[in-house]
Write a new protein. Structure first.
Length: 353
């Protein structure tokens, strides 16, 4: 079965200089993958020629005359740039020419355009951003929402838990993935009213066998691997994500500085090179690039804007795996079964970061 993925080649901080090499590397490693490269045709073809891939049989080019920049307001991306590489790439999914789309572009614009073009699934009020974190068990911890919805009601978090559970079940082949609700403590009395109300909804689902709710979890549980999924609102999720990225950079910079401090520390680094490489490979944030926009009627994956080619290739791989595992069909089926027929709160204005 051929998996077709559309790539927003102009998105992100580096554009085609990163997206094209990543696309070439990925398609060469997956014989059943085809990529649609969307953006300024002359620029894309020049980059393909530079990498001797201008005649690759599984790489096609689709011209889009505009580009959504990282600073473009939502109004510009959504209303004025109707022929942007981002929008055209998403439209390929809507028109069933591609099974998934990958973009490193402006997160807010990507969510807004994706929601406008693809619409949300029945029963889903708001799409959520879900990404993967490494944990001590050498496996993934899925976390959502990471910034799409900063103000949430309990039924929104409830929906995130359902979507996350379906995603992990399909991607990781876990029949009943465990769900943790991020809180300031594990006790039931801890947290704000939204978290307490969400806990009751998830506990009710657990008791009837619909979801595998573990209970409240704290920030350190994300990396312990206490649960397969960690659910929170987009404000908490985005702050957590940025803090994690900052700590990772601090750790890497400190380690490099200490190993270069004197000849003895450099010798120690040389002796421990094998272990250091293993640690780097295990926690390398590039390997966890590629967040899914859950709740849409199509698969859209968001790469980090500053991703290099290696990192962007991982985002393509996540989209490929989701399409190959038929995640969209699983989501549609399970959401129809698990999602409450009526929500108890009115939809509140959301915000995308």
């Amino acid at each position: 079965m051929t998996i077709k993925i559309s790539i927003d080649c102009m998105g992100g901080d580096h554009g085609p200089s990163v997206t094209i090499p990543a696309a070439i590397s990925f398609v060469n490693s997956e014989p059943d993958a085809e990529l649609i490269l969307v953006g300024l045709e002359d620029v894309i073809r020049a980059e393909l020629k530079k990498h001797h891939a201008d005649a690759h049989p599984r790489l096609s080019v689709l011209h889009a005359s505009e580009q959504v920049t990282m600073d473009d307001p939502l109004e510009v991306a959504l209303r004025r740039k109707k022929d942007s590489s981002m929008r055209v790439a998403i439209e390929q999914v809507k028109e069933s020419r591609a099974q998934a789309c990958v973009s490193a572009g402006n997160t807010g614009a990507l969510m807004a355009v994706s929601r406008y073009v693809l619409k949300t699934m029945a029963g889903v009020d708001r799409p959520a951003i879900c990404s993967v974190m490494p944990n001590q068990k050498n496996g993934p911890t899925y976390m959502l929402d990471l910034g799409a919805n900063v103000d949430c009601e309990p039924h929104h978090l409830h929906q995130f838990a359902i979507m996350g559970s379906v995603l992990v079940a399909a991607m990781e082949h876990i029949e009943r993935p465990t769900i943790g609700l991020l809180n300031v403590g594990t006790e039931d009395i801890k947290g704000n009213e939204v978290v307490k109300a969400t806990s009751k909804l998830l506990q009710a689902d657990h008791e009837r066998g619909a979801l595998n709710f573990y209970g409240n979890v704290e920030g350190n549980d994300i990396f312990k691997g206490t649960t397969d999924i960690v659910v929170c609102d987009g404000f908490v999720g985005n702050v957590t994500l940025k803090a994690i990225e900052g700590v990772a950079r601090l750790f890497a910079d400190t380690l490099r500085a200490e190993f270069k401090r004197n000849w003895l520390s450099m010798l120690g680094a040389l002796l421990g090179m094998g272990a250091l490489k293993a640690v780097r490979n295990r926690v390398n944030p590039s390997r966890y690039n590629g967040a899914s926009l859950l709740g849409l009627r199509g698969l859209v994956f968001k790469s980090h804007g500053g991703a290099d080619a290696y990192s962007f290739e991982w985002a393509i791989r996540r989209a490929y795996d989701a399409a190959k595992n038929d995640v969209l069909a699983h989501l549609a089926t399970m959401i129809a079964e698990l999602m409450p027929r009526e929500t108890t709160a009115q939809e509140a204005p959301g915000s995308t970061i």
